[in-house]
Design a protein around this ligand. Sequence first.
Ligand SMILES: Cc1ncc(COP(=O)(O)O)c(C=O)c1O
Length: 355
Amino acid sequence: MPTVAALRPYEPGKPIEELQRELGIGDPVKLASNENPLGPSPKAVAAMRAALGEVNRYPDGACWAVCQKIAARHGVAPDRIFMAGGSVEVLNLLAFLFIRPGLNAVFSEHSFAIYALATAAAGGQSKTVPMQDGFYFDLDAMANAIDANTRIVFLDNPTNPAGTIVKRAAWERFLARVPEHVVIVADEAYFEFVRDGDYPDSLEYHDPRRMIVTMRTFSKIFGLAGVRVGYAVARPDLVQLLHKVRQPFNVTSLAQAAVLAGLDDDAHVRATLENNAAGIEYLEGEFKRLGLAYVPSHANFILTEVGDGQAVFDRLLKLGVIVRPMGAYGWPHHVRISVGLPAENRKLVAALENV
Ligand SMILES: Cc1ncc(COP(=O)(O)O)c(C=O)c1O
């Protein structure tokens, strides 16, 4: 398919091991992939250790216990939960199900890179809409962009990499305008970090006439990015469609064990939120002191204007700090910096001062 041949593969944050290999840097700090700097939930780690002796068995393909637990947590029926190997898998499956050549997906410019990749991989067209005031979704323009061939609207809230949110009034106005044949993907990977009282929880807006897919992940607040697990909450008929096209065992037994234990690890979640709030406050303060413009963040990363983003990224690498250059997201003058541990944040600030 020509749309696939023209694709550039997703570029992840630079792995720590790669920097060690290439530059021989002993102890780099990685603030490039919005991971949990505290590490995984200790309860999840213990549960995975205990499950290791059973990895000769295939996992439960239906993720029965995990679906029960997540459903109870959200107060919904278990047949509305779809488990996946990371929320990216849900995005790809939705595009595979709903997008074809001649059909399109609508999303904002500068939003999560996988939306364009998944749409193009399915042979469809991406209809992107400019942001307003530089870094904020323009939901009215997104609603205007929906046409008879639109099948999906992707909305990351908070959005990555800007870190801004859509607020309740704009979201409700938008929902009222999206036709019923369009799947609304509310990608809430950073949901737990948001402290703004005006932030809408898309789960509260599910109704049988609408196709809302709420996506959450264990990669961020729960610190389980490496085991690859996330989920969608949707209408049972949509969940059934997703089951038809997923791999038979898309969530590993270790991931399932990790989720069952990690979901109860309130202490780890609390510590993560405290570290993040303090880290955002510290970094924003330091960026102000250094005269660097940044976008006030609702998530666990900050988009920061540094001049030549690629050059600053390269120079920070040599000082043992990995951030994410934003050229691929259409912001060549910015880098995205994930919140680290206090010492990691201080190392980043010292390195930034240096470059
Ligand atoms: C907006 C958004 N959605 C989804 C994901 C992917 O999460 P997962 O690790 O669950 O595939 C990310 C990860 O960075 C993200 O920023």
